[in-house]
Design a protein around this ligand. Structure first.
Ligand SMILES: [Fe+2]
Length: 154
């Protein structure tokens, strides 16, 4: 049995198409990583370049946009949940930097295929954890604050 994949559902929507599109990209990236791991063949660092590039995009671009779009739409842009969302993003940005450093270390050390597979699997589970505990929890609750705003409600 292979690693779990994520299938987008309407229930995951934040109601903001741009945020949803970026969350779907995250799902695709996690699924692509699962495909690489499930293929069973040796994984090269080159196979993971896309994942690292995605992490950088996600940390540098997505979070800022999501924060802006939520805060523009919420009744109270300083709501504790939106502050918690920002803090979680700052945490993940530091995490992404650590992943990048680990990736560069593997490159420098001419890592074995066992080490590269372990790195890919750890990264997969990190992203799964982020989807399950942030995207599908914090983001959805934060988005609900926007949906109740009379100016932007569905
Ligand atoms: Fe978020």
């Amino acid at each position: 049995m292979g690693l779990p994949r994520f299938v987008w559902q309407d229930a995951y929507s934040t109601g903001i198409p741009e945020v949803d599109m970026q969350h779907r990209m995250l799902f695709q990236e996690v699924n692509r990583l699962a495909d690489v791991l499930d293929a069973g063949s040796a994984i090269s660092l080159r196979d993971l370049n896309g994942s690292l590039a995605f992490l950088r995009y996600y940390a540098e671009w997505h979070f800022g946009r999501e924060e802006q779009l939520f805060e523009e739409r919420a009744d109270n842009p300083k709501h504790p949940l939106l502050c918690a969302n920002r803090r979680a993003h700052a945490f993940f940005i530091r995490l992404a930097t650590k992943w990048y450093r680990r990736y560069l270390d593997l490159r420098r050390q001419n890592a074995s295929s066992v080490e590269i597979r372990k790195f890919a699997l750890d990264l997969y589970y990190e992203l799964v954890d982020w989807i399950e505990n942030h995207v599908l929890q914090v983001d959805r609750r934060a988005a609900a604050l926007c949906k109740t705003c009379p100016l932007h409600g569905a």
